[in-house]
Design a protein around this ligand. Structure first.
Ligand code: DC
Length: 235
């Protein structure tokens, strides 16, 4: 079977993108790139430095200059990668409720997006990547060979995220997670630059009633079908 060299996976928070992408990348021997990490790292650094999330100019400068590294995991604690900002390991701090609450606002600024999209595109064009985000198929890598848009209903996604946070010992209620997710959906879908939406040539998959194994098997079948239709993507 031929294989797409550049795989783009988009969709709202907790639609199952990261879990699927990690499995696909391991299966294909490709790099897994989670672009949300970059928006989270800029948000985390802004909160640390006391930069208000309303200060677009300062946030843009931060996105352009931040010393950010995404490496293979350096600890065996379940992390899919290690994220360093100025040499400090912030992998788990990126998942805090404070970053969750602010990241959509930070990622809506055109300057922040321009800086991070450029970094992401350079990585994506190398090929043999499974790249995950909100705008990979539409903006970052429109030439991707296989585009997938995962979705699931809001309550299901909030429940998945709530369980993840609980597993990590974060004290947060289901209602708070639901409300934050509702707000993030609205911001991600409503922003002017690169809003969250499926690319016209993306395959859309609703994972509400599916577990990860079902999603994985279904996507492999979809990928095979796509490669048969367009044999030139065969790697
Ligand atoms: O996937 P995530 O929850 O880690 O993403 C964090 C935020 O970053 C999310 O609210 C939307 C934004 N994001 C984006 O705008 N574009 C991307 N390619 C990835 C993430």
């Amino acid at each position: 079977m031929g294989r797409p060299l550049r795989i783009a996976i988009d969709g709202p928070a907790a639609s199952g993108k990261s879990t699927l992408a990690q499995r696909l990348a391991a299966y294909l021997g490709y790099a897994y790139i989670d672009t949300g990490v970059m928006y989270r790292a800029v948000t985390w650094a802004a909160l640390q430095r006391g930069i208000p999330v309303t200060d677009e100019n300062a946030l843009t400068r931060l996105a352009e200059t931040l010393d950010l590294d995404i490496l293979p995991p350096t600890e065996a604690d379940g992390r899919p990668y290690t994220v360093l900002v100025e040499g400090v390991d912030i992998t788990w701090a990126l998942r805090s409720p404070e970053v969750d609450a602010a990241v959509s606002q930070v990622s809506a600024y055109p300057g922040v997006r321009r800086a991070l999209t450029q970094r992401q595109r350079q990585i994506g064009l190398r090929g043999r990547v499974v790249m995950v985000g909100r705008d990979i198929g539409t903006v970052v890598l429109p030439e991707a060979d296989f585009k997938l848009y995962l979705d699931a209903d809001l309550k299901t996604r909030a429940w998945r995220r709530y369980r993840e946070l609980q597993d990590r010992g974060e004290a947060v209620s289901f209602e708070e997670v639901l409300e934050t997710m509702r707000q993030r959906d609205a911001l991600d879908q409503g922003r002017e630059v690169a809003p969250l939406r499926p690319a016209p040539d993306a395959v859309v998959l609703d994972t509400t009633a599916m577990d990860i194994e079902e999603v994985f098997q279904r996507v492999l079948a979809l990928m095979e079908a796509r490669c048969r239709e367009t044999p030139h993507v065969a790697g």
